[in-house]
Write a protein that binds this ligand. Structure first.
Ligand SMILES: Cc1ncc(COP(=O)(O)O)c(C=O)c1O
Length: 389
């Protein structure tokens, strides 16, 4: 099946006796067992994740498992298991707990999502993990940063706010050669435009709050693992009590069905808006890897089958710390965090703790939604009039 078809159908078969298109929403903690023996059997298998033998609500419901099956189908033949978390950030941090212990060395890309970086710098270091950051341009040279105790490399592509793309296949290969676990936050591309498990990455993360949910009405993260990492990851997810409410799972699964059309429509509008921005004399640069002038374009063209609707805009130097009146004047773009929903958003960029020097004081990040792009351009046009000339 092609991906659009998979998005509609994957995970939908609950059982031969269940004829509805959608899975039921089962709000569940307690599962009733047929007998003492059934109870004992299910308890013994609780860590095997046999979905028709779920012993308790924290192991998921048929709705969860429909969603997990769909996620695995989308990530390709190397996907062995998926799990959901109450936020994208939890999906970024819990897998690190699964694979790291005191005395290990962990390498994280310098452009990682700020709160993930904070977790590494504060929680992992407190646990006794040696945490080091590396430049997104590292490529196969990541091997030169490996130490005897290097256990994990974490990537994100493109970088939060700065949009540089690392060479994921080269880094994954170096990790495989040294038995280092590789993890990637792939939220920007969605499984539609990049499948990291296919190029040798071990663990894929998506903030489902963004394009998967797609309607700004839930927070969720998902993790999809290959066969090598799934058993250890799954045990940690269960041991740390990671569970998500069934209503949110239902919404995320529902969002998945329309993700292809939403993402492609928003990407088309994005191209139109970027073309307009590039004509504006106030704009110095647009950060979107699918632009042929972008330094990451060769990697994007080689590894990705599309680009999504989140990008950065760098204004000319004279606008440093002077963007607020323009941002305040916006009428259609919302001033709000997050992205991947149906509504367009614009925020002033901020540096998190990146070491990459970027002029964040004259940068904004735009998330294009599903409005008519002409209305969005008109909104930007009237807001640009508020910039000091
Ligand atoms: C790249 C990336 N990863 C993870 C997250 C975290 O997702 P959530 O907001 O659901 O915690 C975000 C949120 O903005 C993000 O941009």
């Amino acid at each position: 099946m092609r991906e659009e078809t998979l998005l509609v159908h994957a995970g939908r078969h609950i059982s031969d006796d269940y004829d509805f298109v959608n899975p039921p929403v089962i709000r569940a903690s307690t599962v009733l067992h047929k007998s003492a023996e059934d109870m004992m059997n299910r308890a013994m298998h609780e860590r095997d994740m046999i979905e028709d033998k779920i012993p308790y609500g924290t192991y998921g419901t048929p709705t969860h498992h429909a969603f997990y099956k769909a996620l695995c189908a989308l990530e390709g033949k190397n996907a062995a298991g998926a799990w959901a978390f109450p936020s994208g950030l939890a999906a970024c941090t819990i897998p690190l707990l699964a694979f790291l212990k005191a005395g290990d060395h962990a390498l994280l890309i310098d452009t990682i999502y700020g709160p993930t970086r904070e977790f590494a710098e504060e929680v992992l270091r407190r646990m006794g993990v040696e945490v080091e950051f590396f430049a997104p341009s590292v490529g196969a040279d990541i091997a030169s940063l490996f130490k005897a105790n290097t256990a994990l490399v974490m990537l994100e592509t493109p970088g939060s706010h700065t949009f540089e793309m690392p060479d994921v296949p080269a880094i994954a290969k170096a990790c495989q050669e040294k038995g280092v676990i590789s993890v990637i936050d792939n939220t920007w591309a969605t499984p539609l435009f990049f499948k990291p498990l296919d190029v040798g990455v071990d663990v894929v993360i998506h903030a489902a709050t963004k394009y998967i949910g797609g309607h700004s009405d839930l927070t969720m993260g998902v993790v999809i693992c290959n066969a090598k990492t799934w058993p250890q990851a799954y045990r940690t997810f269960v041991q740390t009590g990671q569970t998500t409410g069934c209503d949110d799972i239902y919404l995320a699964y529902r969002g998945l069905h329309s993700m292809a059309v939403r993402v492609k429509a928003a990407a088309q509008s994005t191209k139109q808006i970027i073309d307009w921005l590039l004509q504006r004399e106030e704009v110095e640069r647009v950060l979107w890897p699918a632009l042929p002038t972008d330094p990451s374009y060769p990697i994007w063209k080689r590894d990705f089958s599309g680009a999504t609707s989140l990008f950065g805009v760098v204004f000319k130097e004279r606008y440093a710390n002077k963007l607020a009146p323009m941002i305040d004047a916006l009428k259609i773009f919302g001033r709000g965090y997050s992205w991947g929903g149906f509504e367009s958003l614009l925020i002033q960029s901020y540096g998190t703790r990146n070491q990459t020097p970027m002029p964040f004081e004259r940068m904004v990040r735009i998330a294009v939604g599903l409005e008519n792009p002409v209305d969005l351009i008109e909104d930007l046009n009237q807001a640009f009039n508020q910039l000091p000339h």
